[in-house]
Design a protein around this ligand. Structure first.
Ligand SMILES: Cc1cc2nc3c(=O)[nH]c(=O)nc-3n(C[C@H](O)[C@H](O)[C@H](O)COP(=O)(O)OP(=O)(O)OC[C@H]3O[C@@H](n4cnc5c(N)ncnc54)[C@H](O)[C@@H]3O)c2cc1C
Length: 307
């Protein structure tokens, strides 16, 4: 029986491990090795690390844990999570079991990309999700936005206002955007379907219905996200609905609705990024430690009363 099992060893999970390791608590970080931004050549907007490859940042984070003998890291996927406060059981691929008094969920979310040929291959390089993370690198270039949800119109407006004079919104059959605002801002609207994309190195070719091909500097889209069949779902954590998908509801100590289970990073936010994951990881580590020190101090979050 260890003090804390952390599911997910990326930005949030490793930060939580650092907090707990510095309190000499026994911690096992279990990680399947697929952080959300793994295809990106450089992470941006993180002070001290701007433009550094995600794998390089995470290697440094892992190295930072080496001096703490109570912290172990393991490359393993958690396939099952069950139990209760002070007695959780995790099942790993290969069926081995880990027993832990507390759980920190830091396993991130799964991106669901539209099923368009070429899109997955270009994801994180020429197909981008966030202007703050990657917009500066394509600033001034011709930018396209593929509509995936009602906020795609806002993304096009943002990009047109502060990133480029040439922005096209591909509506992909969606309606209900503020057409007047888009027209006033100078966003071009294209109602043709997107049949395939091709990363051509210094740009991206968009193959549109009717056979024409347009080259842009980047294609932006907001993917839906999923927590289906993850440890968060298996443990029965209360979820909230965000614009992109559901996320785990947490309180100020990063506690979830299940006593003894904490959550940090993308899994616990509607609009996440690395900075938030780091802060959440620190909060989950210290919240989890407080719950080990003072049983009953950290109470689970509850469902809001229905109005
Ligand atoms: C393409 C792309 C580019 C991005 N670029 C930026 C950027 O430039 N700047 C920025 O601030 N943000 C960026 N983001 C957002 C950023 O990637 C996330 O906010 C950040 O990775 C969240 O960290 P996390 O620790 O919560 O989750 P993740 O980094 O997603 O890590 C989750 C970890 O848990 C592991 N895991 C999952 N399930 C299990 C399981 N069952 N058992 C064991 N391990 C498991 C995964 O393998 C992974 O290692 C980008 C996102 C995308 C999609």
């Amino acid at each position: 029986m260890i003090d804390v099992a952390i599911i997910g060893g990326s930005f949030a999970g490793l930060t939580a491990a650092l907090q707990l390791g510095r309190a000499s608590r026994s911690v096992l970080v279990l990680d399947s090795g697929a952080p959300r931004n793994r295809t990106s050549p450089g992470a941006h907007g993180v002070a001290g690390w701007d433009g550094v490859a995600p794998a390089e940042i995470l290697a440094r984070f892992r190295a930072d844990l080496e001096p703490y003998p109570s912290v172990s890291l393991r490359d393993a996927a958690v396939t099952g999570a069950s139990g209760r406060h002070d007695a959780f059981t995790l099942t790993l691929d290969g069926n081995e079991q880990v027993l832990a008094r507390r759980i920190v969920l830091a396993h991130g979310v799964r991106d669901i990309l539209p099923a368009i040929p070429g899109l997955t291959d270009a994801w994180g390089r020429r197909v981008l999700h966030c202007p703050y993370c990657h917009g500066y690198e394509v600033k001034g270039g011709s930018l396209a936005v593929l509509a995936t949800h009602p906020m795609s119109g806002h993304q096009a407006l943002m990009l047109r206002t502060d990133w480029s004079e040439r922005v096209t919104l591909l509506t992909a059959g969606m309606e209900g955007f503020d057409w007047q605002a888009l027209e006033k801002a100078g966003v071009r609207v294209d109602r043709r379907g997107l049949e395939a994309v091709e990363d051509v190195g210094d740009g991206i070719d968009l193959h549109l219905t009717g056979g024409s091909v347009e080259r842009h500097a980047a294609l932006f889209l907001g993917p839906r996200t999923s927590l289906a069949q993850t440890p968060a779902e298996q443990l029965g954590c209360l979820l909230s609905e965000g614009p992109m998908g559901s996320f785990v509801r947490v309180g100020p100590m990063a506690q979830t609705s299940i006593q003894g289970v904490f959550a940090a990073g993308d899994i616990a936010r509607p609009m996440p990024n690395i900075n938030f994951a780091l802060a959440d990881g620190a909060q989950a580590g210290s919240g989890c430690h407080a719950s080990l020190l003072f049983p009953g101090f950290v109470q689970p979050v509850v469902q809001d009363p229905t109005p």
